[in-house]
Design a protein. Structure first.
Length: 93
């Protein structure tokens, strides 16, 4: 198992944040990905508008997963309307 960091930017509205966060946690659980730590970074102004939003709510997840389980999540998260952007980083040992 490898460790990764995943940063998600959600729509700033409170109900969208709750739905998006629950969807991400559910997908991680269904894929067999362990959430080690979750850091709510709060509402921030974006450098440029994303899907007509000038602000976004950032959440950082530290996860543990097999490398082949990360790629299929890309398509699922792109189709989720509550998620503005996301990125996965492999953590160094």
């Amino acid at each position: 198992m490898r460790k990764y960091e995943a940063i998600f930017i959600f729509r700033p509205e409170e109900n969208n944040l709750a739905q998006g966060k629950a969807a991400v946690q559910t997908e991680f659980k269904n894929s067999g990905i362990n959430i080690i730590k979750e850091n709510d970074m709060g509402l921030k102004t974006l450098a440029y508008d994303i899907k007509k939003n000038d602000k976004g709510h950032y959440i950082n997840f530290e996860i543990e997963s097999e490398p082949d389980k990360i790629k299929p999540l890309d398509k699922i998260f792109k189709l989720n309307n509550e998620i503005l952007k996301f990125v996965f980083f492999k953590k160094e040992k």
